[in-house]
Design a binder for this molecule. Structure first.
Ligand code: PLP
Length: 405
């Protein structure tokens, strides 16, 4: 199947190229020292990911520790309110720790172990990536340093407690605005000082090569399982696949299973409070090409060309860019990217909870809201939604801000 010049029969083998490019997007825009460290990880990954020992160990971990495969659920009650379209969800909320993030964290930590590293390092904003990585570190007996802005540490007390209980070292970052951006800088600086003994573990399909490729590969288990399960359940492929896009890892996971199929694919970005810069985080819908955090992609910029402040009711979608592969899939027309605002998201959050007994993460609620709108437009057929995580982490916030609807 072809879109523009891009052949999807062989897509996953050919993209990214050996320098980490998806067309003009991706690459590794980092200082020389860091480039050396990235090259070392790339080389190790290409060797290790082909070893049958690594593959079978990762498979066993997914089955015995993570609880994979996660099921697909048919949303019978919700579908019946929307007419003649059947809605299904891939249940990443049932993955251990309650979201898709553990899929790539276990892969990255296993790679660290095979490379003989003693410590894994990362930054975290809302704390979800930190908790998933601290879980992986505990499992493999690796040291774990999580860099977090002082402001975020105060806001996200339950996740900070979780990381500490899991044995991770939470490093408070007090530079600048004391949030995610400063935490990224501090984590990279720490990594540069000690890249012989440590490995940096990025939380999405972003950052310099090889991370967008590696994280996609580790998440592709979601798409592989989902395609097989959906065929088995219904005898057909879904007509559409929908996922929310922050950095874009859960979306790349499920999309990768359907890129070469006659299936419409939709990525959903957070429109937040509206279209003005600063009120949303919909980079693929409103951004332009630029380089940040070591990669070239589509990003939201301020008047100086720096990453713009962004907002979303879902802290996991609150990022001024998206992975380079999403920029590429947008440009060639394979994936459509659209937006859902805060209000539509919160409605979908309560609707799925009430009609199906599944409390979704606020991030995932963006995808649910979009699928509900799409169902009305389609009139017939089927939609598969990636339910990237569960909403337990969002309870206090929802009750405080919205009350019980
Ligand atoms: C972190 C997170 C996201 C956003 O990350 P992506 O890389 O865009 O998938 C989405 N859903 C949940 C539940 C998350 O925790």
């Amino acid at each position: 199947m072809k879109y523009g010049d891009v052949e999807f029969d062989t897509y996953l083998k050919n993209y990214p190229d050996k320098n980490g490019y998806f067309g003009k997007y991706g690459g590794a825009y980092v200082p020389d020292d860091l480039k050396k460290a990235m090259d070392e990880i790339t080389e190790a990954y290409f060797t290790i990911c082909k070893s049958s020992k690594f593959i079978s160990e990762l498979r066993r971990i997914r089955r015995e520790f993570q609880g994979r495969p996660t099921p697909i659920s048919y949303l019978e009650r919700l579908s019946s309110t929307l007419g003649n379209v059947q809605l299904y969800v891939k249940r990443e909320d049932l993955n251990h720790t309650g979201a898709h993030k553990l899929n790539h964290c276990m892969g990255e930590a296993l790679l660290a172990k095979y490379m003989g590293k003693k410590k894994i390092i990362a930054e975290t904003g809302a704390g979800q990536h930190g908790v998933a990585l601290a879980t992986a570190a505990a499992y493999f007996g690796l040291e774990c340093d999580i860099y977090m802005g002082a402001v975020d540490i105060k806001k996200q007390a339950p996740n900070v407690a979780r990381m500490k209980i899991l044995g991770a070292n939470v490093v408070e970052v007090t530079d600048g605005l004391q949030t995610l951006k400063e935490a990224v800088d501090a984590a990279f600086a720490a990594y540069l000082k000690d890249y012989k003994n440590t490995i940096y573990c990025i939380g999405s399909v972003v950052g310099p090569h090889p991370f967008p490729m590696m994280v996609r590969d580790f998440q592709s288990v979601v798409g592989i399982e989902a395609r097989e399960q959906f065929l088995e359940m219904t005898g057909e492929l879904p007509d559409a696949v929908v996922a929310c896009v922050g950095g874009g890892s859960n979306a790349m996971g499920i999309f990768s299973g359907f890129l070469n199929d006659p299936v419409e694919i939709y990525g959903v970005e957070p429109l937040g409070r509206g279209k003005n810069l600063g009120d949303h985080a919909a980079s693929l819908n409103y951004g332009s090409e630029g380089i940040m955090h070591g990669f070239n992609s589509i990003m939201l910029k301020d008047e100086n060309g720096d990453p713009a402040p962004v907002y979303s009711v879902a802290s996991g979608l609150d990022y001024p860019s998206s992975g380079p592969e999403h920029a590429f899939l947008r440009d060639c027309g394979r994936v459509k990217y659209d937006v859902i605002d805060d209000e539509e998201t919160i409605n979908a959050f309560f609707t799925l909870s009430r009609l199906e007994g599944i409390i979704p993460a606020i991030e995932s609620s963006h995808a649910v809201a979009y699928a509900m709108k799409l169902a009305k437009k389609m009139g017939k057929g089927s939609i598969l939604i990636n339910l990237s995580g569960r909403g337990d982490k969002d309870m206090d916030f929802i009750i405080e801000k919205y009350g019980i609807r």
